[in-house]
Design a protein around this ligand. Structure first.
Ligand SMILES: NC(=O)c1ccc[n+]([C@@H]2O[C@H](COP(=O)([O-])OP(=O)(O)OC[C@H]3O[C@@H](n4cnc5c(N)ncnc54)[C@H](OP(=O)(O)O)[C@@H]3O)[C@@H](O)[C@H]2O)c1
Length: 282
């Protein structure tokens, strides 16, 4: 049984290590590889033609999560809302899409902070592809309010308009990152802050927002795996903090369950990720 993750770039992905450890632990005759599928040209449809014939399932990462949708035979309701697919199951040559990013975030937040999403006031920093999936998941899970602070405020407004159509009970608000006063006001009400910009992915990146605006009573979850400057500053201010490894783990475990109909060996997968991401890994 063959599985894969596709993206551009893809060499940094820890998904093969996590899934191959799971297959091995359960004695399954399966292998998971990373495939570099270029953003431009026919690379994506060509890969999908091949996948129909040779794979049992695959994960999708940047930049194909939305672009893949027109090529699929079926997608879940949650993927349709989020316009995002990160998990495809191949069944008798048919491609069936789903998204597990929201589940991954929810389980990671529960694990890190013991926090349920229901009735929570949640503030998201950033409004890229992953936030589409997260915003609908948070609304569906019963969040009381969702505020989005983004460099480009229009993107946050457009997404929140859609969220309100499907979940009118959820209170929604937005601010531009540059509007410190409004951003500070939205952050001050938050019980959970989700850092979802790409700022912090690289050593030396600044913080996307002034850390003094983070309320000390909130929990701070950074979707980036490495310790960002904002995570460090949040911790120093006394917030409870978590990096994004738990989200990677739980979205992967959810994909594993969808493909195999078996419980994923989460602890085995976690240990494989920790080992691979430790500074001493080679
Ligand atoms: N832990 C996990 O399992 C997991 C899963 C998925 C994604 N992620 C992480 O989530 C993050 C976002 O992913 P994505 O797919 O949503 O990326 P994306 O679509 O490229 O969106 C990037 C976001 O970052 C903002 N941004 C970029 N440069 C900025 C800057 N210099 N100053 C302020 N804001 C800036 C963008 O703002 P504009 O809208 O204004 O351009 C946008 O909101 C990434 O760091 C990724 O590693 C983690």
């Amino acid at each position: 049984m063959k599985y894969a993750v596709i993206g551009d770039p893809i060499s940094h992905s820890l998904s093969p290590i996590m899934h191959n450890a799971a297959f091995q632990a359960l004695g399954m005759n399966a292998v998971y590889s990373a495939e570099h599928v270029l953003k431009d040209g026919d690379a994506l449809p060509q890969f999908l033609d091949r996948a129909r014939k040779t794979l049992c399932g695959f994960n999708i990462t940047v930049p194909h999560k939305t672009a893949v949708i027109p090529f699929l035979d079926e997608i879940s309701e949650r993927s349709r809302l989020a316009m995002s697919v990160n998990t495809v199951t191949v069944k008798e040559g048919r491609l069936i899409g789903d998204t597990t990013d929201g589940t991954g975030l929810e389980l990671a937040v529960q694990e890190a902070f013991g926090l349920e999403l229901t009735k929570r006031h949640i503030c998201i920093i950033g409004c890229g592809g992953v936030v589409r999936a997260l915003a609908f998941h948070l609304a569906n899970a019963g969040a009381a309010s969702i505020a989005i602070i983004n460099r480009t405020r229009d993107k946050a407004d457009a997404l929140l308009e859609l969220v309100k159509v499907h979940f009118p009970m959820v209170e929604c608000a937005s601010a531009a990152l540059a509007d410190t006063a409004l951003s500070g006001e939205l952050l001050s009400r938050a019980e959970l802050i989700l850092q979802c910009t790409s700022v912090g992915l690289h050593e030396g990146d600044p913080t996307p927002i002034d850390s003094q605006l983070l309320p000390v009573q909130a929990c701070y979850f950074d979707t980036i795996y490495r310790e960002t400057e904002l995570l460090k500053a949040a911790r120093a201010r006394g917030l409870r903090v978590s990096g994004g490894m738990g989200m990677l783990l739980h979205q992967g475990a959810a994909s594993f369950r969808i493909w195999t109909d078996r419980q994923a060996p989460v602890e085995v997968m976690r240990q494989a990720l920790l080992k691979a991401s430790s500074p001493h890994a080679n």
